[in-house]
Every structure is written in structure tokens, then in C-alpha cells.
Design a protein around this ligand. Structure first.
Ligand code: SF4
Length: 424
């Protein structure tokens, strides 16, 4: 029963992702009918029996039986698989009679195959999915004699574009170039442009409310005088409040006056100096290693380049962006716990992973607001939109809030279900 439910959910989730992908490029009928054969007993029951969760059950079935009955059933019924597009070619080789050869796939099925591969990769790689994974998977196979040459070239081109330029550019290319004569693609382009205009209008309205509330004056909640001090304070601030970090660094920066002093610090003593910040063993180890690398490889100067910063021990994208924004004034978005929570509540992102949130916000929010939203969201998160018990009654952004919408709908449902009181 457990495998039955899990497999059903995987199929449903996969179909949903493909449907959304097909709708975005205008293949509406294919989005609705994609992989329906997976619910047939021949495929579904085998899928349940060989369910694994991290790869296709067809592979497990092949290993067990030497072939996959479910796959043979599936490829004969779904035109988005290149295996469907083979045909006899009379006189293929002189004197050898007929041969079965791959034929060119119609564009709409080629695009459906691309969407299918991307969705499968996202589902089997779950939270680790990145845009280059479908290309990596494709490159593991040898399609030379199985997929018609122009189909192979076009698929590879799309997967490369996805890896290098992301899904939005690739989908726009599909709508405007590959499916340019398809009526659905024109409708999808129109819908996408409307959605983008509405989303950007909504985002600008949200930013205006924040600007009215907090102005454009930026500030950093961590106290520092030198760039290296901000770097140390930011590493300390993981899982710790800024107020506590400021108490610790007040004495710390008197005791250790330069980054070289920290590089030469005794680790046990340093651990005691920062103990109140929590996780002090790993933080002390990282800070001292970071200080050593800074003095050794960067002459004691905190770099501004994101790749150089993230090479330093204990420095991830969040810390690197704090440095870039506050020290160098480079437009950058810091996704901390407040930015993550508020972006989600205001519907500015649907992602959970901080890096994905950062890139989504970079796409949606105009660049001259990137540093500002760090300060706005943190202030708002601390004073109004707290993680526990947010002050929704006094929130000026309630009209844009997804969570508040949800709460309203939930309370409406509860009210409907509540028994009516009897008349006296
Ligand atoms: S309505 Fe409530 S949950 Fe929504 S943004 Fe405002 S404070 Fe946060």
C-alpha cells in the first residue's frame, strides 16, 4: 500500500509539472493528456512493484527481468518518446532488405519530450535539482542510431540553453522559434506577458509600501568598523541574534585588533571568546581558517568577488552578499530567515532553497531595490511579520499576503463547518 501511494503521487506530481511546462509553451492538449497510460494496469502495477523513489521503476524492472514490460507498453502509446518515432526504411542497405530507422519527431512532441525530461530530472533529484541536470543525464546516453539527427540536435540545443540560460529564456525560445506556427504558443506568449506585467506591477506595489514604511536609508544591524569585522560578525550571526553578536564583538574587536590577530589566535581561547554565539566550535574553526586564508591569499583585504568570497571557510552566499552589499555597495540580495519567510508570505517566491530564492528575487525585483529589500524585510520580519504570531492586524501588506489569504479562507471554512447555535 505504501508503494502504491508513493508511486501514485510521483506519477501525479510528474504529470502536474509537465502540464505546467506544456501550458507555459502553449501545448495545452499535450499538457492535459501527457502520460495518461501510466494509469493503465500494465504500467501502474509494475510501477508500484518496482517503486524506488529516486529513479524510474522501469530501470528496476529491467534489472529484475531483463526488460521492462511497463516501458514497452508506455513507449508504444506516447508520442513524446523518440522510441515511438521509428519506421521501416525500404532498401536501407543495398541487398539487406528493410531496416528500422529513427524518423524526425514533430516539433510539438520534441518539445513535450524536453518538458518531460526536465520534470523527471526535477522530481528524481528533488531539492538538489539544478538546470544543468537534464543535460548531464542526456549526455550519459548514446542516441546516435536511435534518435533522428535533427531531433537529437534540437533536443541537445534546448537542454544546453536550459543549463546556460535557465528555463525562462528556453521557454521563450520554444514559443517564439520552435513552435512559432503553433496557435497555442501564441496564446501562451500572450498569457505569459500578461502574467509578467501583473507580477511586476504587484511587486512594484509591494516595494512602494515598504518604501513608504521604511524609506530608502539603508543600515546594517551588525556593528563594525572594518570590512573584516563585518565578515567575522556575519559568520557569528548564523543561528544567533544580531544583538547578541554585537555584544560579543564589542569586546572581541578590542582584543583582536586586526585580521592577523585572529589568524594567530589560540582556538581554545577564541572559542571561549565567542561562546555566547552558539556553535562556537565550528564558528571558531571557520573564523580562524578564514582569517588565515584572508591574510595568506588576499593580503588581509576582504574580496568583493562572489567566487573569491565563497572560497573562504565559513562563507556561503548569504555572508558573501552581506559583504558585497554593505562594504562594496554591489547590488545583492541576502536571503536570511526573514527574507525567506517574508518573500514567501508575500508571494514573491515559491522556492524553499535560499539560493533559488535569491535568484528568483533577482529576477522579480528591480536591481536598485536589492540592497533595500534586505533592510526592509529584516526590519519588517523583526517588528511585524514575525515567524511566530505575526501582527497581521496592523500589517500594511496584508492585501498582498498569501498566508493571510490562506488564514482568511481557512477561517471561512471553519465558520461554515461550525454548527449553528439553536434559537432560544
Ligand atoms: S498579513 Fe501577517 S503574515 Fe502576512 S505579511 Fe502581514 S504580518 Fe506577515
Amino acid at each position: 500500500m505504501f508503494k502504491f501511494i508513493k508511486h501514485f503521487r510521483t506519477v501525479r506530481e510528474h504529470r502536474k509539472m509537465v502540464r505546467q511546462g506544456c501550458f507555459r509553451v502553449g501545448l495545452y492538449m499535450q499538457g492535459l493528456t501527457h502520460d495518461l497510460s501510466k494509469y493503465s494496469p500494465s504500467e501502474f502495477l509494475m510501477g508500484v512493484k518496482y517503486y524506488q523513489g529516486y529513479r524510474s521503476p522501469n530501470n528496476a524492472e529491467r534489472e529484475a527481468k531483463g526488460y521492462s514490460q511497463a516501458w514497452i507498453h508506455h513507449k508504444g502509446r506516447n508520442k513524446h518518446h523518440y522510441e515511438y518515432w521509428t519506421d521501416y526504411k525500404p532498401g536501407y542497405r543495398e541487398g539487406e532488405g528493410h531496416a528500422i530507422v529513427p524518423t524526425r519527431m514533430p516539433k510539438k512532441y520534441l518539445v513535450e519530450m524536453y518538458v518531460d525530461r526536465v520534470a523527471a530530472s526535477a522530481i528524481y533529484n528533488k531539492g538538489h535539482y539544478t538546470c544543468d541536470m537534464p543535460l548531464q543525464y542526456y549526455r550519459k546516453g548514446d542516441y546516435t542510431n536511435l534518435m533522428e539527427e535533427s531531433t537529437r540536435t534540437e533536443l541537445e540545443h534546448l537542454l544546453k540553453m536550459l543549463a546556460e540560460k535557465g528555463p525562462d529564456v528556453t521557454e521563450a525560445y520554444i514559443r517564439n522559434v520552435i513552435l512559432r506556427f503553433h496557435p497555442g504558443a501564441r496564446l501562451a506568449s500572450f498569457i505569459q506577458s500578461k502574467v509578467r506585467i501583473m507580477a511586476s506591477k504587484r511587486t512594484l506595489e509591494i516595494l512602494n509600501v515598504f518604501e513608504k514604511m521604511y524609506g530608502r536609508q539603508t543600515r546594517c544591524y551588525l556593528n563594525y568598523e572594518e570590512p573584516w569585522q563585518l565578515l567575522v560578525a556575519t559568520i557569528l550571526s548564523a543561528q544567533c541574534t544580531d544583538a547578541r553578536v554585537n555584544i560579543i564583538t564589542k569586546d572581541l574587536f578590542v582584543k583582536y585588533k586586526t585580521i592577523a590577530d585572529i589568524a594567530g589566535a589560540d582556538i581554545s581561547e577564541f572559542e571561549q571568546d565567542i561562546k555566547q554565539a552558539g556553535f562556537y566550535h565550528s564558528k571558531a574553526k571557520n573564523i580562524i581558517a578564514c582569517a588565515k586564508m584572508l591574510t595568506r591569499e588576499f593580503g588581509g583585504v576582504v574580496p568583493s568577488d562572489i567566487d573569491e568570497l565563497t572560497q573562504l571557510p565559513g562563507v556561503g552566499r548569504k555572508t558573501a552578499n552581506v559583504i558585497r552589499g554593505n562594504i562594496y555597495g554591489i547590488d545583492s540580495i541576502v536571503v536570511d530567515t526573514h527574507v525567506k519567510r517574508i518573500s514567501k508570505r508575500l508571494g514573491l517566491t515559491g522556492e524553499d532553497d535560499p539560493e533559488k530564492i535569491e535568484f528568483e528575487l533577482m529576477k522579480r525585483v528591480p536591481k536598485d531595490y536589492w540592497i533595500l529589500i534586505n533592510m526592509w524585510f529584516i526590519t519588517f520580519g523583526r517588528t511585524v511579520c514575525k515567524a511566530q504570531s505575526p501582527k497581521c492586524q496592523e500589517c500594511q501588506l496584508a492585501g498582498y499576503c498569501r498566508e493571510c489569504d490562506f488564514l482568511r479562507k481557512t477561517s471561512r471554512k471553519v465558520q461554515k463547518k461550525a454548527p449553528r447555535s439553536r434559537k432560544a
